[in-house]
Design a protein around this ligand. Structure first.
Ligand code: ATP
Length: 254
């Protein structure tokens, strides 16, 4: 079987003072699959996300995305190459409408500029196309009735949905979700899970951080277990979660 991973990371380290927050020897993230990154608090999951997406720089190491070297590439360039992430605490703009937030997502498309996304009058030829794309996504995420409301009026779960929808405006190849289910009420959890599955069905690769093992088991094709910055296990969910060492050391608290 020929492997064709979307991300390959080699000897990536990030230290904070005396702590090796990330110390990954070698890691592949499979293409066209849903991969869960799990591990206890402080394992280095968010730091690893930050490194991959250019929001933080490593002390050493290199990695590729879709075959392209990415070390030292800034976050907005990473986004335009097709790797889009969401944050543990959503970065939705409360004083903009839902539609305006969506337009901001389009600024991550190659050739788009942030100020164009913000000031529609300066948009030029692509305004209609981008609004249409936003409308389709808002409908899919059942946010179309909120289109002209300020994002500040959305519930926590709706913000998570908006953030996921907005990330798709960039037409990403890899979607990275940092605790997408945290703080989401049960009614919206199921719909978020279905949306994540749909990303894969539409040809995207997904990497997500999650603490809830039931959800990981439900949607992940592949699980990477991190502890103290290192990858300590990886494999299909059923196998990884059977691993007694993983259960004892890393999953016991959850
Ligand atoms: P959680 O599940 O709680 O989100 P995590 O697996 O995402 O945890 P990180 O947030 O990546 O873990 O943290 C890894 C380690 O690096 C922790 O020991 C943390 O205290 C440390 N760390 C992270 N960011 C910084 C920073 N900016 N300055 C100093 N230490 C940091």
């Amino acid at each position: 079987r020929k492997r064709d991973p979307i991300v390959v990371a080699k000897q990536v380290t990030r230290r904070f003072g005396g702590i090796n927050a990330v110390d990954v020897d070698y890691l592949e993230i499979p293409r066209h699959k849903i991969t869960a990154l799990i591990g206890p608090n402080g394992a280095g999951k968010t730091t690893f996300f930050n490194l991959l997406t250019g929001f933080d720089q490593p002390n050493s190491g290199e990695w590729t995305f879709d075959g392209h070297p990415l070390s030292g590439v800034s976050s907005y360039k990473v986004a335009r190459m097709g790797m889009i992430r969401t944050f543990q605490l959503t970065k939705v703009m409360g004083k903009l409408t839902v539609l305006e937030n969506m337009r901001l997502g389009a600024a991550d498309q190659p050739g788009e500029r942030l100020f164009k996304a913000l000031f529609r009058n300066l948009w030029g030829g692509r305004e209609r196309e981008i609004t249409e794309q936003a409308n389709v996504l808002l409908q899919k995420f059942k946010l179309d009735t909120k289109r002209d409301d300020y994002a500040a009026s959305l519930s926590g779960g709706q913000r998570k949905l908006l953030e996921m929808a907005r990330s798709l405006m960039a037409r990403p190849k890899l979607v990275m979700l940092d605790e997408p289910m945290a703080g989401v009420n049960p009614a919206l959890t199921q719909s978020l899970l279905e949306h994540i599955k749909n990303l894969k069905a539409e040809g995207m690769s997904v990497l997500f951080v999650e603490h809830d093992m039931q959800m990981v088991r439900y949607i992940a094709d592949w699980v990477v277990v991190m502890a103290e910055g290192k990858v300590v296990a990886e494999g299909p969910p059923a196998e990884v979660m059977k691993d007694q060492a993983v259960i004892d050391a890393y999953l016991g608290a959850h």
